[in-house]
Ligand binder design. Structure first.
Ligand code: PEP
Ligand code: MG
Length: 752
């Protein structure tokens, strides 16, 4: 039976759509269990009701028509109780309800299992038999096991899309899909899928009518593709940093390779038309890289094929047609590349949705830099038919609505309008102090990563850069940036904010921030080789970075260096030695570098109990609530499976933060929070109550947090904090904070 089970699950996973998956289930399960009937009922979230969606054995015309509310009929009863039922004669069950259109009166034996996903009933799987009999234990176990596997699979399909509406719309709403927040904001727009790229492998050989003409059109296609790439890069100018632009340069460079062009030309002269000659040349060049041991080099093979497809598109007849973008474009894809973002005309890109990734993905950071909402990690699903479909992107809650119902659109229109009004209102706070009503001054800092963030920051009055994530220049490249390249970037950042302090965090890769050109394989990367652990082991990476930072600081003297993932005092000591060594060596080379302030991130739980010891070595602390929450609660910050458990308002997290801030203050060390918690208006009340010195966050949150600070007294915030610390769950804390915001006249922040 196990083999049968695996086969069924595999077939369902390979199904093209939900309808096909359900047909496979009923067909295969009925055959495997040798029953007279197998049916699947799926929950219609709009109703909510359980709808017969596929059957073998019942009257097929009843599909889509038989509906049962929760608790209604045996199916509704199973869905509510979330337990299987095994009946010798269904008609004798008190919940039995007869639907004449199904023709099920002749069936007696009835076995049903609920399809439960994350505590929610997604549907019910039923088998029936003409004879009166109770199903055997192993049959029940089989159906339960199938049900458990299928519940997860079904949850990935957009369930609502397949359910016939009683008043069908043009295509039927797909409804809500829950993902992970990537960048804040809400938008209503239309989906743009990646352009279908010409497939090189589908090109057939053909003798050219005129070889010279063929060669000319190939060279023309190469030129046009280069121009197209350059235009894309230029369009992004001012929106993107130099380092991200370099990706386009790599593509342009590959296309400019004499060898690649000449190989195609030689094949044309040898008797093939341009597309055929291109196909063979690209295959040959890509193969060289494909066979490399190094994963970085293997990845270059995909670059070459991607460029080959672009040139082929140009060569084929209708290629000059320029893609038309809707006025409110929402890019949707597995991952949304920088090149796709750059292709959208300025002002028309309104949202980004990725099936993979999380808030720390490169794309999410890009979206935050551009100030547009993003939702990440929707999970594997078939989206090929969705080009142009209306979509709502809710970057706050990490959810999207595809083909939303009019009532949902109306609700979100209200939210978008509200956002606009709120921004206008908040703009008046720009030049006001971040001071509580009882005159306590609070520091506001910015979190930045890409150079583009600097432009946004220019319009904000903040006191400092609380966190410069130095891994981003590393993540947007194809190889490790050299000291000189890093120097140029760091200098720009320090100069842009001088004389305000800039806290540069040393490289924090590993865990969820891998570098394509520096792959590390670990069973448990979050507990593995990341942050300071990695850089201390790799002086060849660490020292050039420290040198670049120290040199960039000459004459400006606004650099602070922050070490990520500190877990032990020894790590701080070793990192300090590295800074000393870099300064000494630079001194010997004639660079007189001022000594920067040094800080440690508080994000590994061991540091919660080591603040006095660490204080002997560092000048300040910065609390990374994103990682601290994940480590304290043992909840992966990027896993959709446990997303509901990840919450920085968990009373345990609040108590931990209270202790750290208290200890740091006692040791006379300034402390800031640079995790997402500092950008959450409700949490800001608690942090105020703890006496936090500096809140550091992305640009979009600054004015909201300033509004909170200006609306509370430190005394009131303290009372709220003490109440929160006595609570038992994150949910009760959140409700209390929402009430507090409302009472202080800041209810609009709760809505947003
Ligand atoms: C954090 O962990 O809270 C933090 C600020 O760092 P990152 O999100 O980059 O890990
Ligand atoms: Mg962190």
């Amino acid at each position: 039976m196990l083999a049968e089970l695996q086969q069924i699950v595999q077939c369902v996973n390979a199904a093209a759509n939900l309808h096909e998956a359900l047909e496979i289930i009923v067909h295969r399960v009925r055959a495997a269990m040798d029953t007279d009937v197998c049916s699947v009922y799926v929950r219609d979230p709009e109703a909510p009701q359980y709808v017969l969606m596929a059957t073998e054995g019942l009257n097929p015309s009843s599909v889509g028509k038989v509906r049962m509310a929760a608790g209604e009929g045996i199916v509704g009863w199973v869905a509510t109780r979330q337990e299987p039922v095994n009946l010798a004669n269904a008609a004798e069950h008190p919940s039995y309800r007869y639907f004449p259109e199904t023709g099920e009166q002749q069936f007696a034996g009835f076995l049903a299992v609920p399809l439960v996903h994350f505590r929610h009933s997604m549907g019910v799987l039923v088998v029936q038999q003409e004879t009166q009999r109770v199903f055997a234990k192993d049959e029940v176990a089989f159906l339960v096991t199938i049900g458990a596997q299928l519940a997860a699979t079904l949850s990935y399909a957009a369930l609502g899309s397949a359910i016939p509406r009683r008043e069908p719309g043009p295509s039927g709403p797909i409804g809500l899909i829950q993902g992970l927040p990537g960048a804040p904001g809400v938008t209503i727009g239309n989906i743009v899928l990646p352009s279908p790229l010409a497939e090189l492998d589908a090109v057939a050989d053909r003798a050219p009518d005129d070889a010279a003409q063929e060669e000319a059109s190939f060279r023309g296609a190469v030129r046009e593709t280069q121009q197209e790439l350059r235009a894309s890069a230029d369009r992004m100018d001012g929106h993107l940093s130099d380092e991200t632009r370099s990706i386009f340069d790599v593509y342009i460079l590959i296309l400019g390779q004499e060898e690649l062009v000449e190989d195609v030309v030689a094949r044309i002269r040898g008797g093939n038309w341009a597309p055929g000659a291109l196909r063979d040349t690209i295959a040959e060049h890509a193969k060289v890289f494909e066979e490399a041991d190094d994963s970085y080099l293997r990845a270059r093979a995909e670059d070459i094929r991607a460029i080959g497809r672009r040139v082929l598109l140009r060569l084929l007849s209708d290629v000059t047609a320029v893609k038309q973008y809707p006025s409110k474009a929402v890019l949707l894809g597995d991952e949304v590349s920088l090149a796709r973002v750059a292709d959208v005309p300025p002002g028309q890109l309104k949202g980004i949705v990725c099936l993979r990734g999380s808030v720390v993905s490169h794309t999410a950071v890009l979206a935050r830099g551009l100030g547009i909402p993003a939702v990440m990690g929707l999970g594997r699903r078939n989206v090929t038919a969705l080009d142009g479909h209306p979509i709502i992107v809710d970057g706050y809650r990490g959810r999207v609505f595809i083909d939303p119902l009019p009532a949902v659109i109306q609700e979100y229109r209200r939210l978008v309008q509200h956002e606009g009004q709120l921004s206008a209102k908040l703009a008046s706070l720009r030049d006001l102090e971040a001071t509580t009503t009882d005159h306590v001054d609070v520091g506001l800092g910015l979190n930045v990563g890409l150079l583009t963030d600097i432009d946004v920051a220019a319009n904000l009055s903040v006191d400092e850069v609380g966190l410069y994530r130095s891994e981003f220049p590393f993540m947007t490249r194809e190889t490790f940036p050299m000291e000189e390249e890093q120097y140029v970037i760091y200098r720009k950042v320090l100069q842009a904010f001088a004389p305000k302090p800039v806290t540069m965090r040393t490289l924090d890769i590993g865990g969820d921030k891998p570098l394509s050109y520096f792959p590390t394989t670990e069973e448990n990367p979050f507990l593995g080789w990341r942050g300071i652990r990695l850089t201390l082991d790799r002086p060849d990476i660490f020292l050039p970075q420290l040198r670049a930072m120290l040199r960039a600081n000459i004459g400006l003297n606004n650099l602070r260096i922050l070490f990520p993932m500190i877990g032990q005092v020894d790590e701080v000591k070793a990192a300090l030695q590295a800074v000393d060594r870099a300064r000494r060596e630079l001194g010997e080379e004639g660079y007189e570098c001022p000594a920067p302030s040094i800080g440690a991130m508080v994000e590994v739980p061991s540091t919660l109990f080591s603040i006095p010891a660490l204080s002997r070595y560092v000048d300040f602390f910065s609390i990374g609530t994103n990682d601290l929450t994940q480590y304290l609660l043992a909840v992966d910050r990027n896993s959709p499976n446990v997303a509901r458990l990840y919450n920085h308002l968990d009373p345990a997290v609040i108590r931990a933060l209270h202790g750290v801030i208290r200890d740091a203050r006692r040791c006379g060390k300034p402390v800031s929070v640079c995790g997402e918690m500092a950008a959450d208006p409700g949490s800001a009340i608690l942090l105020l109550g703890m006496g936090l010195g500096t809140f550091s966050m992305s640009a979009s949150a600054v004015l909201r947090i300033k509004w909170v600070i200006r609306s509370f007294s430190s005394q009131r915030a303290k009372q709220v904090l003490y109440r929160a610390m006595r609570m038992e769950s994150a949910e009760t804390v959140r409700n209390m904070l929402d009430d507090e915001l409302g009472r202080a006249g800041l209810g609009e922040l709760v809505l947003a």
